[in-house]
Ligand binder design. Structure first.
Ligand SMILES: [Zn+2]
Ligand SMILES: [Zn+2]
Length: 360
C-alpha cells in the first residue's frame, strides 16, 4: 500500500496529487483488504480471492432486477402526487428531502467513506456527528457496517462476500434470487456476521465509552431521534399554521421518518445489488461492480460503484465531471472550512493507468 504523504490541514489536499492505490485486480500476494484498509486477513480467507468472480447474469435478467428497485420509487412519487393536499404538502416533502439528505450523507460520507475506508480525516466531534446522522438511517451500528463492508471489498463477488448477487446459477429465477439476496436476504437470513474485532477493530475498543463507540452502544436512541425530530417539527408546523398539530405531527413521522427510512434503505441496498449487476464498468476492478447513474444521483455518489471498487480509498466516487457526487461535494466543502483534511483522491497518473488497463 502506498502511503499518503502528509498534507496540510487546510483542505488543500483535495487538489493535491494525493496517492490512492489502484486495486484494479486483486494480486495474489496482497489481498485488496490489506491494500485498502491495512486489516490483517486470514490467509485461508485470502485464498478465496483467487479465480474469477461469479457471473451468470444476462442483460435481460439485469433488466428484471432493476424493475424490482425502480417500481417502488415510482410508487412513492405517485403516492405523493395522489395524496397532495390530503396526506402530504410541501412542508412534509421538504422534511422527507432534508432528512433523506442528512441520513444518506451519514451513511455515504460517514459510515462508508470516513469510517470504512478512512478516505479523509476530521475532528473527533465531526466523527461523532457522522456516526449520529448515519445511525438515524436505521442501518445498524458503525461497527457492523464497517465489518460487513470491508469484507465485501476483500471478497467482492467471490466466496465470502456478504452480499454479492452473483452466488447462484444462471436463469431468470436464480437471478431474482441472487438479486433479492444481495438486496435484503443477506441480512434477513441467519448468516454468521463478519468478525467485528478483525474487520473493524478500531470500533470495538472501549466498550462504548467514547465518541463513535458511544453512539454505537446507544444506536436505538439515534434511530428514535431520527423519527422524533420530524414528528415534533411537523407538530409545531401544524400548530403554527392551521392548528392541526396532531395530523401534521403524524405526517412528519410518516414522511420525514418512515418513508425516508424506506428510501434510504432501498438506495443503500441497491448499491449492493443493482450496482453489482446493472451499469457501466469503466475500470477493471476485479469484480462485477458497476457505475449506475440512477444510484449515483439518488445515492449521493454511491452509485459510481465501479469507480469506487477501482479506487476504494478515494473520498471522491464520481470521477468524471458529469458523475455528480453529493457526498464528495460535502467532503470538499468541509475541507474548505478546515473540517476535513488528508482527503484522498486518485492522482491523474493513476487514473490514466487504470483507464489504459481497462482499454487494453
Ligand atoms: Zn460493491
Ligand atoms: Zn466501499
Amino acid at each position: 500500500m502506498k502511503s499518503t504523504p502528509p498534507t496540510s490541514r487546510g483542505g488543500l489536499s483535495v487538489d493535491s496529487p494525493v496517492v490512492v492505490e489502484v486495486s484494479a485486480v486483486p494480486s495474489p500476494s496482497a489481498s485488496p483488504e490489506q491494500a485498502v484498509h491495512g486489516v490483517a486477513v486470514d490467509p485461508h480467507e485470502a485464498d478465496e480471492l483467487h479465480g474469477d468472480p461469479h457471473e451468470h447474469v444476462t442483460n435481460t435478467e439485469r433488466a428484471i432486477t432493476l424493475t424490482f428497485v425502480v417500481v417502488p420509487f415510482v410508487g412513492v412519487v405517485l403516492a405523493i402526487a395522489l395524496l397532495w393536499g390530503v396526506g402530504v404538502d410541501w412542508f412534509h416533502v421538504a422534511q422527507l428531502g432534508v432528512m433523506y439528505l442528512l441520513t444518506a450523507l451519514g451513511i455515504s460520507v460517514g459510515y462508508h467513506r470516513l469510517f470504512s475506508h478512512k478516505a479523509f480525516k476530521t475532528h473527533a466531534f465531526m466523527r461523532v456527528f457522522f456516526a449520529i446522522i448515519g445511525a438515524m438511517a436505521a442501518e445498524g451500528t458503525v461497527r457492523r457496517f464497517v465489518a460487513n463492508h470491508r469484507r465485501h471489498h476483500g471478497h467482492s463477488d467471490r466466496d465470502g462476500d456478504p452480499h454479492s448477487p452473483h452466488h447462484h446459477d444462471g436463469g431468470v429465477w436464480n437471478t431474482v434470487k441472487g438479486f433479492v439476496y444481495a438486496h435484503v436476504g443477506w441480512f434477513l437470513l441467519k448468516r454468521p456476521h463478519p468478525d467485528e474485532k478483525k474487520y473493524a477493530p478500531e470500533f470495538c475498543k472501549d466498550n462504548g465509552k467514547n465518541g463513535v463507540t458511544f453512539v454505537d452502544s446507544t444506536n436505538w436512541l439515534w434511530v428514535t431521534a431520527g423519527l422524533a425530530i420530524p414528528t415534533v417539527l411537523g407538530g409545531v408546523w401544524g400548530a403554527l399554521t392551521d392548528g392541526t398539530w396532531i395530523s401534521s405531527a403524524f405526517l412528519g413521522l410518516l414522511w420525514g421518518g418512515i418513508v425516508r427510512i424506506f428510501i434510504v434503505h432501498h438506495v443503500t441496498w441497491s448499491v449492493n445489488s443493482v450496482c453489482h449487476l446493472w451499469g457501466t464498468r469503466p475500470f477493471k476492478s476485479g469484480d462485477h461492480s458497476r457505475n449506475n447513474a440512477i444510484f449515483g444521483f439518488l445515492g449521493v455518489g454511491e452509485g459510481w460503484h465501479n469507480n469506487h471498487h477501482a479506487f476504494p480509498s478515494s473520498a471522491r466516487h464520481g470521477l468524471r465531471w458529469w458523475e455528480f457526487d453529493a457526498g464528495y461535494v460535502l467532503v470538499k466543502m468541509l475541507s474548505w472550512v478546515g473540517l476535513a483534511w488528508d482527503v484522498r483522491t486518485p492522482a491523474k497518473t493513476q487514473l490514466q493507468r487504470a483507464q489504459a488497463k481497462a482499454e487494453g
